[in-house]
Design a protein around this ligand. Structure first.
Ligand code: ZN
Length: 106
């Protein structure tokens, strides 16, 4: 591969990254704390967030969850959500009924 071809493939790759879809954007958003994004990925994500309200909403939800996790008591993080929350049987039944009603209405 000559220099010109290499450069074109690099530009092509960058353009593809800038033309990011929701799936790619959500993966980057979900892993933003762990991944170090490349410059094209940061630009692509920034451009995508400018035009996509759904992904902006997803980013806001991730930020909110991160804040909740940071504020959670230490024992909560150690034993997990399932052991910390105990719903009454009556409450479980109410939630199931509401979910069933919502499904039937669609
Ligand atoms: Zn999107």
């Amino acid at each position: 591969m000559d220099q010109k071809s290499k450069r074109q493939s690099g530009i092509g790759k960058t353009l593809a990254t800038l033309n990011m879809n929701c799936r790619e954007a959500s993966i980057l958003l979900a892993n933003a704390g762990e991944l170090k994004l490349t410059r094209p990925e940061r630009w692509g994500l920034w451009i995508h967030l400018l035009i996509c309200g759904t992904c902006r909403q997803f980013r806001a939800q991730i930020r909110f969850l991160s804040q909740l996790m940071a504020a959670a008591p230490k024992e909560f993080m150690e034993i997990g959500f399932a052991q910390c929350t105990r719903l009454s049987t009556q409450r479980v039944t109410q939630i199931k009924d509401l979910l069933r009603q919502a499904t039937e209405e669609e």
